[in-house]
Unconditional design. Structure first.
Length: 236
């Protein structure tokens, strides 16, 4: 006869493994078959939702008589621009649309589990891809501003023997972004499952607002904030 504690632990383990397992939804029959994972399909759904909302919101834009929705969107975008400009400066304004796009995507991806979908950010491949894109943007911004020669020379500053450490930093930055996002999303899921196992009726509800909603948006904010901060450091 199994003890209840052991049964609960086994259930949590099975649930966690199920969440970590990203199943293949279908296979594209080219190049020997390209598997399309569940996280990719959910990402396509998120993209479709974002594009659809953009089309809806921009249909009735007006310069002379802006509506309440338009004013709200303009205010939100303005605050986003001001936030990133305070970190990176107005000369880096061209990178802000990418950062806001990533912010929106990660925010929706982190809370989409509330609608019955598996969050793409629970797939380590997705968070790794986001981190690699951020790494490329960080290094590109430094090269574009200061030139390739200055970018290559900064690895040997302040003294040449620190060059291996500075080169390693290129890998450490995206790795930290990847693992921080993946770890926090997965950790929030584990905590919620534990709360449901201990008190399945009322206790998980207020915690769900934090771990499923607030923490999801918080992690999106942290990801783009650190990306902008690293870009600013790389351009110095």
């Amino acid at each position: 006869m199994k003890r209840k504690g052991g049964s609960d632990t086994e259930h949590l383990t099975e649930t966690l493994l199920e969440e970590l397992n990203c199943e293949t939804v279908f296979t594209i029959p080219i190049f020997g078959g390209i598997p399309v994972k569940e996280s990719v399909v959910v990402t396509w759904i998120i993209m479709a939702v974002i594009v659809g909302l953009c089309i809806i919101f921009v249909r009735s834009l007006s310069v002379e008589n802006p509506g309440k929705v338009q004013l709200l969107l303009e205010s939100a975008i303005g605050k986003g621009l001001d936030f990133f400009e305070d970190i990176m400066g107005k000369e880096n304004r061209k990178y802000i649309p990418y950062l806001i796009t990533v912010l929106i995507y990660i925010g929706i991806a982190n809370i989409i589990g509330l609608f019955g979908f598996k969050s793409p950010t629970k797939d380590l491949n997705v968070t790794a891809a986001l981190a690699i894109m951020s790494m490329c943007l960080i290094e590109f911004s430094g090269i574009r501003k200061n030139g390739f020669k200055h970018w290559a020379a900064h690895f040997a500053k302040p003294v040449p023997f620190v060059a291996p450490i500075m080169v390693l930093e290129i890998v450490i930055r995206p790795l930290s972004l990847c693992m921080r996002l993946f770890g926090n999303v997965l950790g929030a899921f584990v905590i919620m499952e534990l709360l449901k196992a201990v008190a399945p009726v009322l206790i998980p509800i207020p915690f769900s607002f934090y771990f499923d909603i607030f923490d999801g948006f918080l992690q999106a904010y942290v990801f783009v904030f650190l990306t902008a901060l690293f870009m600013n450091e790389e351009q110095e």
